[in-house]
Design a protein around this ligand. Structure first.
Ligand code: EPU
Length: 341
């Protein structure tokens, strides 16, 4: 039998392996640093039938119970320049690389495209799953292709950007390929020609009066805004935005606006609008709410927090109460952005 470089551990606490820091356990915990390792776990007699879960940085999950199977942690590393022309570079990055380490590297190399996504917790391989986004940018704007290993045919596959079905916090990896694809590497196309995306109000404000923007200045500004608005998971358990910003039709927006004239909204070029869920949650009086160790962050109503010993169920229960009150007051259904397991 193949022996793994990192042996499988039993009954592993997930408290420090997810940013929500709730105390759940994985029955088994292993790592993979190559597709061969995955082949082992998915085909080996011992592990073949055991339920599996891929867990990267654990920054977008809430465990409400122990996981009864094998949690697999990506450890595929490397940032490789694979193509370069006068205007751009193509870079392949291992799914087990820390996302912000890659963002920092890109900025230091003078590559444009991921600076607005600085300081997002998590791993490179999980970025495309939910199409991470912030400050007017999404990972889909820079992904060239995604390499994944299939849990159904045990082969390596490449998916071009347009086949990943990227949408707002969504992709084929959450839909048709859910549980069937383990992302091993992501190839990005980044620009060597300055191409700043500074339309987002918070970012514009942070950079105002500081002269012409540089990549490093944009990264610093994004980090400053995030640190000001969002709690640091190293200090208080959280998974960023707990809910997605709900999309509504133009007609629905009109009706809502008549009833709530101060309600903010964003229009898409392609039609439709989004309402900031943070505003809806704040209006329902939840901002700063705390019951036991589960709460709503005092600086951002979209972020649910674990002040120390909240259980996943307590946080889920709070989320349910928030959803019910928003539905009751505004007739809008919120849906979680965080994956509940
Ligand atoms: N707002 C309130 N009260 C609050 C918080 C927000 O009224 O307590 C309203 C304000 O009108 C504010 C607006 O919501 O202007 C938008 O707030 P913010 O700029 O913080 O952005 P967001 O829509 O709450 C989204 C992403 C974040 C991302 C930011 C910046 C989602 C679900 N969240 O948040 O992503 O960092 O934009 O681009 O789309 C994440 O996915 O975990 C995440 C943090």
């Amino acid at each position: 039998m193949k022996t793994m470089t990192t042996p499988v551990q039993e009954n592993v606490s997930l408290k420090n392996r997810t940013t929500f820091q709730v105390d759940a356990k994985a029955r088994f915990w292993g790592e993979f640093s190559s597709p061969e390792d995955l082949m082992f776990y998915y085909r080996d007699e011992t592990w073949r039938t055991v339920p599996k879960l891929i867990l990267g940085g654990g920054s977008n999950v809430l465990f409400v119970k122990d996981f009864p199977g094998l949690v697999l942690h990506p450890a595929i590393r490397g940032i490789d320049l694979v193509e370069e022309d006068p205007e751009s570079v193509s870079v392949t990055v291992g799914g087990g690389e820390n996302w912000d380490d890659f963002a920092a590297h890109a900025v230091s190399m003078g590559w444009h495209g991921v600076e607005n996504l600085s300081w997002i917790p998590g791993f490179v391989g999980t970025g495309p799953v939910q199409n991470i986004g912030a400050y007017g940018a999404e990972i889909k704007d820079v992904v060239e292709q995604v390499e994944y290993w299939s849990t159904t045919d045990f082969g390596r596959h490449l998916l071009a950007n347009q086949d990943c079905r990227f949408a707002y916090r969504d992709s084929i990896f959450k839909q048709g390929l859910k549980n069937e694809a383990v992302i091993t590497r992501v190839r990005f196309r980044l620009s060597k020609v300055p191409r700043f995306n500074l339309a987002y109000a918070d970012l514009k404000q942070e950079l105002a009066g500081k002269g012409p923007p540089t990549l490093a200045a944009v990264r610093d500004a994004v980090i400053a805004v995030r640190k000001r608005k969002l709690p640091d998971p190293a200090e208080v358990g959280n998974a960023g935005s707990f809910f997605k910003n709900p999309e509504v039709s133009e007609d629905m927006l009109e009706i809502l606006r008549r009833r709530h004239p101060s309600m903010p909204s964003y229009r898409f070029a392609a039609g439709g609008c989004k309402i900031p869920a943070g505003w809806l949650v704040e209006r329902c009086g939840w901002k700063g709410f705390r019951q036991g160790d589960a709460g709503v962050h005092p600086r951002h109503a979209l972020v649910l927090v674990n002040y120390g010993s909240a259980t996943g169920e307590e946080i889920q229960d709070l989320a349910g109460r928030i959803e019910a009150s928003v539905l009751d007051r505004f007739g809008i259904e919120l849906s979680p952005e965080v994956t509940i397991l």
